[in-house]
Design a protein around this ligand. Sequence first.
Ligand SMILES: Cc1cc2nc3c(=O)[nH]c(=O)nc-3n(C[C@H](O)[C@H](O)[C@H](O)COP(=O)(O)O)c2cc1C
Length: 180
Amino acid sequence: MAKNILIVSSSLRAGSNSELISKEVERGAISAGNNVEFLSLKDKKIDFCIGCLKCQKQGKCILKDDMAQLIEKVNNADTLVFSTPIYYYEMSGALKTFLDRCNPLYIRDYHFREVYLITSSAENSETVYQRAKSGVEGFVECFPNAEFKGVFSGGGLTNPKEIKTHDEILERAFAFGTKI
Ligand SMILES: Cc1cc2nc3c(=O)[nH]c(=O)nc-3n(C[C@H](O)[C@H](O)[C@H](O)COP(=O)(O)O)c2cc1C
């Protein structure tokens, strides 16, 4: 059955490798018959969570920024795909801020059931993305109706658009997208 997939791309730089990988995952997922919305955080205003917990009474955040609309996309998708460059062996600050701001969903009847992670890094290893994976797994653990389903990692990518010389990663990304 076709899924409604939301891809959240958190790299803020032009020529982002993780964004280009995520676009291939999107192409794969569309080719498999799914509906995909691609959301880049590049032009979005998303402030830090201030931890007031008012959202746990009201189901919405008191901060007035783009997250008011974006959180509804997270709530309504069947499948979430978070994409991040690896920064200091962790997810980007932009993605962490986005996840923190999803806290209003904690008390809501959120729709999403599956969560994936895409990473891009300079180092090409199985260990480089483990802390980012663990962070997203921690997010999923707080949403018991959802399950963490897997990671796609592209390594050996330092400069903007470097992914364009790595066809094998892009092919793997497309195949990953077809199986979401
Ligand atoms: C602040 C910062 C920290 C980084 N830390 C790591 C790291 O710990 N390990 C690594 O392999 N690459 C690290 N990198 C490199 C990026 O992960 C890599 O260039 C990645 O492909 C960038 O993805 P993007 O093009 O989607 O932004 C770091 C880059 C920056 C800017």
